[in-house]
Write a protein that binds this ligand. Structure first.
Ligand SMILES: *[C@@H]1O[C@H](CO)[C@@H](O)[C@H](O)[C@H]1NC(C)=O
Ligand SMILES: *[C@@H]1O[C@H](CO)[C@@H](O)[C@H](O)[C@H]1NC(C)=O
Ligand SMILES: *[C@@H]1O[C@H](CO)[C@@H](O)[C@H](O)[C@H]1NC(C)=O
Ligand SMILES: *[C@@H]1O[C@H](CO)[C@@H](O)[C@H](O)[C@H]1NC(C)=O
Ligand SMILES: *[C@@H]1O[C@H](CO)[C@@H](O)[C@H](O)[C@H]1NC(C)=O
Ligand SMILES: *[C@@H]1O[C@H](CO)[C@@H](O)[C@H](O)[C@H]1NC(C)=O
Ligand SMILES: *[C@@H]1O[C@H](CO)[C@@H](O)[C@H](O)[C@H]1NC(C)=O
Ligand SMILES: *[C@@H]1O[C@H](CO)[C@@H](O)[C@H](O)[C@H]1NC(C)=O
Ligand SMILES: *[C@@H]1O[C@H](CO)[C@@H](O)[C@H](O)[C@H]1NC(C)=O
Ligand SMILES: *[C@@H]1O[C@H](CO)[C@@H](O)[C@H](O)[C@H]1NC(C)=O
Ligand SMILES: *[C@@H]1O[C@H](CO)[C@@H](O)[C@H](O)[C@H]1NC(C)=O
Ligand SMILES: *[C@@H]1O[C@H](CO)[C@@H](O)[C@H](O)[C@H]1NC(C)=O
Length: 449
């Protein structure tokens, strides 16, 4: 709690002090639509849709500073071109869960992973600019009630929408602020997208906020910087088709599942491809993972030129984690206690090549490992790891003795809270393919080089 408050203060005071010119040239954006509000008396979605239709190209669309907008039905603006959206008001989704569920049920989306999006913004050159005023520019989704409605041992109730699908080329997302999202926050698709000063608050006062991913990325040439993500799943998940993604100067925490690549290779017939992904200068607080790679046994593909550098971990259960035998909790393919997945042929691996982990400092969570996403025995994050001591700083599990190549770990200075020797679990990262690994790949004590 203390840490969170301190971080918020720094974040917003730097906005006030820095005050760089936020104005960009709008001369090509000659139209302007200011969205009227009912001020809480009606559904404002029709007015929003009307503005997006009228100002769909070469325009500035304004949600007025400090004004409340009820977004009781989803907004899809998929024909935008060269538009700036000034998000200076505060948006409110319906507070009635069944109202939202019946809308999601009315779409053709798959329930678990691909629920409908509440906001879909698509087209070239979209700049979403939130308010730098701490009180304004929030999207309020009232997720707390959804999290608390999750039954004991459930992994999130049905018919939850994703919040925002942002599909653009040469676009940006600045000061995106999400308060208590129902589940997944932002899906980024497209090319050349800059995200900065995002603030995602999925911290729960009750039940676990399942699937509150920060950014799911299927895009090229993406930068996500100077942001704060407190949530209950991946802060960022970089998915197949992503190339050249930078994630830096961010703070992530609460019940975060870290900075992830994947999951890759779920559909065995499809070739996953991810490259040039770099995470650096990130603080990770109370998370299950800091750096994480997840691919499915029997999936095929390549993940190449990937790094995590200058990472500060505080009270993190698994600071560095690689699995090539991943499954989703709640998926129909079951995992046996030894980490083996049934129902899949282990005929391929997503090949990992040129991975760097360097300059990690901080502490392993030895005292209260894991988080509230554990609803099975063993927990999903302990599967295949029967003898955890919670002194593990590095866990690397390769599917075969040739599926991990050119891994390099340097300056990993992470200490278990118990002050015991740091340990490592390592399978099949062979010395011949990984001459710079920095330690012997075997189950044992971690000796940093
Ligand atoms: C809502 O509030 C704004 C700003 O205070 C005001 O300009 C507008 O007229 C109000 N709208 C209605 C429908 O009352
Ligand atoms: C999309 O916008 C363009 C102008 O930018 C317009 O000509 C076209 O009719 C729009 N298409 C749809 C489906 O609205
Ligand atoms: C939510 O909406 C449903 C259907 O309109 C209604 O039956 C129910 O009473 C509402 N719940 C609350 C808490 O208002
Ligand atoms: C929506 O569908 C889910 C899953 O079938 C169901 O649990 C829920 O009751 C439905 N809700 C509404 C309001 O239709
Ligand atoms: C990327 O988009 C920005 C606008 O957000 C633009 O200024 C820049 O030229 C684009 N970069 C490339 C390589 O197209
Ligand atoms: C592995 O087997 C699955 C299921 O039979 C198949 O879809 C996939 O293409 C196979 N992968 C390779 C690399 O042959
Ligand atoms: C993976 O994607 C990169 C970038 O688009 C491309 O250069 C490379 O050829 C792809 N690799 C394979 C094996 O398809
Ligand atoms: C790795 O990625 C970085 C950033 O995209 C790029 O500059 C570098 O050239 C890549 N390295 C290789 C060997 O492709
Ligand atoms: C460490 O993180 C766990 C899980 O989030 C939490 O329960 C515990 O209170 C944290 N401990 C400290 C010392 O911050
Ligand atoms: C929840 O799961 C735990 C661990 O598997 C089990 O002990 C408990 O009985 C379950 N509770 C309910 C209500 O299903
Ligand atoms: C290591 O890789 C070999 C094949 O390359 C495989 O047979 C073996 O099961 C793997 N070891 C473990 C512990 O997974
Ligand atoms: C590590 O060693 C323990 C026994 O000391 C064993 O039970 C466990 O399976 C090993 N883990 C791996 C990943 O090899």
């Amino acid at each position: 709690m203390f840490i969170k408050r301190a971080t918020i203060c720094l974040f917003f005071s730097s906005l006030a002090l820095g005050a760089p010119s936020l104005k960009r040239s709008t001369h090509e954006r000659s139209h302007r639509c200011v969205i009227p509000s009912s001020n809480g008396t009606a559904n404002d979605s029709p007015a929003v849709l009307q503005a997006f239709a009228k100002c769909s190209s070469d325009s500035v669309i304004v949600f007025q500073e400090g004004v409340d907008y009820n977004i009781f039905t989803p907004i899809a603006a998929t024909n935008l071109s060269n538009v700036e959206i000034q998000m200076k008001g505060n948006l409110h989704l319906p507070q009635n869960i069944s109202t939202v569920q019946s809308i999601v049920n009315g779409t053709s989306s798959t329930l678990y992973a691909d629920g409908a999006y509440w906001f879909t913004l698509a087209g070239p050159k979209i700049d979403y600019t939130g308010s730098s005023n701490v009180n304004n520019g929030w999207i309020n989704s009232y997720g707390q009630a959804w999290w608390d409605a999750n039954p004991v041992n459930g992994t999130g109730i049905d018919s939850r929408p994703h919040l925002l699908s942002f599909q653009t080329t040469d676009g940006s997302l600045k000061y995106f602020k999400s308060r208590k999202p129902i589940a997944w926050n932002v899906q980024l698709q497209g090319d050349n997208i800059t995200v900065s000063h995002a603030f995602i608050d999925a911290e729960s006062t009750g039940s676990f906020p399942f699937n509150t991913d920060g950014f799911d990325v299927t895009a090229t040439n993406v930068r996500i910087t100077d942001s704060i993500i407190y949530n209950g799943d991946d802060a960022i998940a970089v998915q197949s088709g992503s190339h050249n993604v930078i994630f830096e100067r961010n703070t992530i925490g609460y019940q975060s599942h870290g900075m992830s690549i994947g999951s890759l290779g779920e559909t065995q017939s499809e070739f996953a491809n991810v490259s040039d992904i770099h995470f650096s200068d990130v603080t990770v607080i109370d998370a299950v993972y800091a750096s994480r790679f997840k691919s499915w046994m029997g999936g095929q593909g390549i993940a190449k030129n990937i790094s995590w550098k200058n990472i500060r971990v505080y009270n993190v259960t698994f600071p560095i984690f690689v699995t090539q035998s991943y499954t989703n909790q709640g998926s129909t393919e079951t995992q046996l206690g030894n980490g083996v997945t049934t129902g899949r042929v282990n005929n391929a691996s997503v090949m990992m090549e040129d991975f760097v982990w360097s300059d990690f400092t901080g502490s392993v969570n030895s005292w209260r490992p894991g988080d509230g996403s554990c609803v099975t025995d063993p927990c999903w994050y302990d599967l295949g790891l029967p003898d955890l001591k919670h002194t593990e700083t590095v866990i690397i599990e390769c599917n075969t003795d040739s599926s991990c190549k050119n891994f390099e770990l340097t300056n990993i200075e992470i200490i278990p809270q118990t002050l015991a020797e740091p340990t490592v679990v390592c399978i099949n990262a062979t010395a011949s393919l990984n001459p710079e690994l920095g330690f012997d790949c075997r189950n044992g004590t971690f000796i940093p080089n």
